[in-house]
Write a protein that binds this ligand. Sequence first.
Ligand code: ADP
Length: 394
Amino acid sequence: MNQNNTLVINCGSSSIKFAVINVNTENTLISGLAERLGSENAVVKYSKDGQKGERSPDGEDHQAAISCITQLLTEEQLLDTLVGVGHRIVHGGEQFSESMILTAENMAQLETLNHLAPLHNPVNLLGVRAIESLLPALPQVAVFDTAFHQSIPAQAYLYGLPYEYYEAHGARRYGFHGTSFRYVSAKSAEILNKSEDDCCFLAAHLGNGCSATAILNGKSVDSSMGLTPLEGLVMGTRTGDIDPGMAEFLCQRLNMTLKEIMNVFNKKSGLLGLSGVSNDMREIQAAAENGNERANLAIEVFAFRIARYLGALAVSLPRIDALIFTGGIGENDRLTRSLVLEHLAILGFEMDGDLNAKNGDPTGRISTPSSRLAIVVPTDEELMIAKDTASLVR
Ligand code: ADP
């Protein structure tokens, strides 16, 4: 029986998230995480039917971890049920504006984009190669973080830089979290009982990485992330928008190298840098509740930047049918949502405190009946990757 089961793989530099999803029932049959890759403590952890398990791969690298995962799927009698493997690929550049079946030819094109996301794309492609060597008969699909944003017009994606940098090197804004935005846009249209072709949304994906997008008739028209996922909102450890002059300032004032500066912008800033406590919103709020002033300040900066960006993104829409909150913070953190809606009173938003406290009514609504609509919509990037994979290989 064709169960339409899809293996979803998300390869990071030292970890691999995986799941087998039945696209017909939308059930996750097994999911897990290979962690600490590259160290001798590499481990594959998984959960199936509520039971947790753990294995040690036969080696430290991605290939060994994926081999361990496919062995696990064989033992759980899932391997033979797979119709394809879907990979999260971070950067599709300007060439790839939708998900696609991977071939030798487009893999070669993808390799030429590695410079656009050097920390992500090469390792994403490692995952594809590993599956290819272990399961050569299974079709593989690439689902790009950037693809959904390829509809952004030039006025929003160009930087005020010499145009040649764009033409010769692809130096432009791309936007990320596209799979999540595509998912919540479709879900929100369902919630509004409207066709997605007739919907205007502002959406904030707030997780460890954070970005906001304006979505017009199911297409992204502007987004807060840029050439890299560093631009835009304040994030767990990333700065978000910053004056480019800051790099020169830190170089001269603190004698820092470019590498050190980029490390601070990417890994030591954001909520972590501001609060001095953690990059995890729950820990920051616990500290703020205990009177930690910097933790409190970090939350205020975080929420204000979100509201400021949503205000700016609104100029790309003719109207706003709903503001969507998603991601770990967007789905669970009532304080961030309430601060954002308070700042956005100018756009007609008014929060319902009781609904916000329970992460929304059954439709996700957290705004009052007379307010412009604000909703919480849990994202599911893995399901989106599984669905794209199943429909492309069918
Ligand atoms: P990732 O981007 O890694 O997928 P998530 O979407 O899981 O991250 O979001 C992680 C963030 O969500 C963390 O800052 C975490 O503190 C926050 N978060 C998760 N649950 C809650 C909660 N109940 N209240 C507040 N913040 C939460």
